[in-house]
Write a new protein. Structure first.
Length: 196
């Protein structure tokens, strides 16, 4: 992950990011990172597929959500905070339609960051406080290396750890507790995992 601090940043820096790099502005600091490795991609794809099917499309679940992969969130001044979580979700009652001509300015009800060695520190120390500050209600941190999922709820402006899950069984997890999440399906199968 590359942080740029030698000059004031602007949203134009996000637009000008090199191909293959994801750029964000975290409290006035431009942060760029390369595309992730296979374990991250696998967890990202699994969560996206499961949650969209059950909670956006209502196939096997209640529907009522928008689940969006890598949305560009603008919380106030886009030159100060332009954030791209791995996944985010909005209850359709709060955001009935997605504006095709605008970035996301409605605070999500849920975000998920998928940790990697290069992003874990930023996800925990920079993004988590921003998500709390703007009022995101639920946060998941998925860690493919440890095959674990931490779930948080915002209470009185602070993150409260609800539970940490491993890679076995199913779990009914807020805010998607209506359909148990098959935990083993979130992680790259170990026989396919690259050797260290």
């Amino acid at each position: 992950m590359l942080a740029t601090r030698n000059r004031p940043v602007s949203y134009q820096d996000v637009l000008d990011a090199p191909e293959g790099m994801r750029a964000e502005i975290l409290d006035g600091e431009l942060v760029m990172q390369a595309r992730p490795m296979p374990p991250h991609d696998f967890t990202y794809g699994a969560l996206n597929e499961i949650l969209r099917s059950d909670f956006q499309r209502g196939r096997g679940g209640p529907g009522g959500w928008w689940i969006v992969a890598e949305p560009e969130l603008h919380f106030g001044d886009r030159n100060f905070r332009t954030i791209v979580p791995d996944l985010a979700g909005w209850r359709k009652e709060r955001m009935p339609v997605i504006d095709p001509d605008a970035r996301y300015q409605v605070v999500p009800d849920w975000v998920c960051e998928i940790l990697s060695p290069s992003t874990a520190r930023s996800d925990r120390m920079k993004k988590m406080p921003i998500y709390a500050d703007v009022g995101v209600k639920h946060l998941w941190l998925a860690d493919p290396a440890n095959r674990s999922l931490e779930t948080y709820e915002l209470r009185a402006g602070q993150w409260t750890l609800l539970a940490t899950y491993g890679d076995e069984g199913e779990a009914a997890i807020l805010p998607f507790e209506a359909v148990p999440l098959p935990l083993a399906e979130l992680w790259l199968p170990e026989e396919d995992a690259p050797s260290a």
